[in-house]
Write a protein that binds this ligand. Sequence first.
Ligand SMILES: [Zn+2]
Length: 261
Amino acid sequence: MNNAAQVIKTSEPVQGREIEQHLRDQVAACTLMLNELKIMGYSGHVSARLPDGRGFLIQSVDQSRASLRPELLLICNMDGYLLSGPEGLRPPSEVFLHSEIFRVRADVHSIAHFHHDRSAVFTLADGPQLAPVKNHAVRWANGIPVHPNPNHVNSPERGSALAATLGQAHAALIRAHGQVVVAESVPGVLVDCVHFVENAEAMYDACMLGRVLPLTAEEIASFGEDIKRTKHINKLWTYYVGRALSMGLVPEAWNLEAKLQ
Ligand SMILES: [Zn+2]
């Protein structure tokens, strides 16, 4: 082994620990905020990919989404097996939803799975399919696929099938069950969850008034050019973190900068 390789090896763990702690703070805060916004509810989970192929962070099956803390998060590998975490805590049964998407989508660094009724209703009727109707829903211009199997994603096979349904999309509906939103970061997942639910609720309301007019290809292309995604994520993450701090939902001590070190 040459010296350069040794230097890299000895410097990695320190940086890795800092990033892991930052991700822990972000995942816990994101979960608490999604719960407070009534997007997450009593079940569902947010995950974040750890650097250097070290697996991903996810909460345990029993921990309340209303009181999650960074130190309670587990580390699982891409087979969905528990690598480390507080004694006695187990991964959620749907851990394979996360592991199998992370396995095949290198661009995805954070995943949220939740069970939002107004979004799920689009899988329950022989009516309009959920489509981008609001400007920020251009994020889903390449589709919102519907996974046909409503079962819990509680095996590698079911996780792999869901990942195949998701394909290169940024969100999917699971029929009669829930939603999956994927993004490049935890702040990105929070912002996308907010806009995903906004869009579903707006489309539901529009359905009450008449024939829905989804965004046209021209409108999607035009608005897509206007949006500066990183800037928009930073703006909304800062807003929701500020809101959470003022409510006492998260402590000042957590590192909730949008960008990782
Ligand atoms: Zn579920």
